[in-house]
Write a protein that binds this ligand. Structure first.
Ligand code: CP
Ligand code: NVA
Length: 308
């Protein structure tokens, strides 16, 4: 059975910690001049993307190149998964030619089907339910900034979406307390919340959901936000804007977090919407460190899933 990564919960706490250590080693090695051997020579990662991407795609493609392998990008126009060819047949075909599949899909069920029928590891490169590669990079960024994860408090302000789900679940497993502030109709899903709460309780951490952004950021080490309308929800953007306006991350809101707090965003960002430009481009912002860390964690992830 191949080892898949569809959710952050596919890694135990120990495995997640080991993966982050490995990403730090790979980062140091890369910054010192590159990798001495090419462990992925001759190997191909298929990138099946139903939605646009900058960071995720480039991190996988550059990561494969840096480790001696290759990333083959297949857009919705190229393969029309589920239209031109069924999802199980895409999985069966790719399994005959490539060593792993990363997929960005609209419905989480699509990636579950891919995984069920693939003989090679399948990686969730974003679904409507989770964005697990992003959460790994975010935990690496927190670790670099604070030298630890256990005991930190992260405030997530905005839509209780895929990014929020993965942050809650991985944060809980690594001892990071996560306070989510969102409009009442945009809370994380109850199953995700319940799982995160149970996981947090086992790791001396806490998950809180509130509709008050001030309560969530109070004393936080990191303040995180994401777009108000995710990919596929563009038609809801105008309706969502007034609902989310009280959740905009401003310098005033940042001032209620810890004095050393950092500002985080998975990107792409909309200046003047989910956060003001002075925060996004300000001294507390670590958004491009997060973006860079996608590369290092995704390299570590591929090696781990391939048992290397
Ligand atoms: N943060 C992130 O996943 O960016 P992309 O959508 O550009 O891949
Ligand atoms: N929540 C956003 C994240 C983009 C990286 C989306 O799904 O579009």
């Amino acid at each position: 059975m191949p080892r898949h990564f569809l959710s952050v919960t596919d890694l135990s706490r120990i495995e997640a910690e080991t993966l982050l250590e490995r990403a730090l080693d790979l980062k140091a090695e890369w910054q010192a001049g590159g990798h001495s051997d090419w462990p992925l020579r001759g190997k191909t990662l298929a990138l099946v993307f139903e939605k646009p991407s900058l960071r995720t795609r480039v991190a996988f493609e550059a990561g494969m190149t840096q480790l001696g392998g290759h990333g083959a990008y297949l857009s919705a126009n190229d393969i029309d998964m589920g239209g031109r060819e069924s999802v199980p047949d895409v999985a069966r075909n790719l399994s005959r030619s490539v060593q792993a599949i990363a997929a960005r899909v609209f419905k989480h069920g699509t990636i579950e089907t891919l995984a069920r029928f693939a003989d090679v590891p399948v990686i969730n490169a974003l679904s409507d339910r989770e964005h697990p590669c992003q959460a790994l990079a975010d935990m690496l960024t927190l670790r670099e900034r604070f030298g630890r994860l256990q005991g930190l408090k992260l405030a997530y302000v905005g839509d209780g979406n895929n990014v929020c789900h993965s942050l809650m679940l991985l944060g809980a497993a690594l001892g990071v307390s996560v306070s989510v502030a969102c409009p009442p109709d945009y809370r994380p899903t109850p199953d995700m919340l319940e799982f995160a709460e149970r996981t947090a309780a086992d790791h001396d951490a806490e998950i809180i959901v509130t509709s008050d952004p001030h309560e969530a950021v109070s004393g936080a080490n990191a303040v995180y936000t994401d777009v108000w309308a995710s990919m596929g929800q563009e038609h809801e953007a105008a309706r969502r804007r007034p609902v989310f306006q009280p959740y905009q991350v401003t310098s005033t809101l940042m001032g209620q977090a810890d004095v050393q707090a950092i500002f985080m965003h998975c990107l792409p960002a909309h200046r003047g919407e989910e956060a003001t430009a002075d925060v996004i481009d300000g001294p507390q912002s670590v958004i491009f460190d997060q973006a860079e860390n996608r590369l290092h964690v995704q390299k570590a992830l591929i090696l781990t899933l391939l048992g290397m």
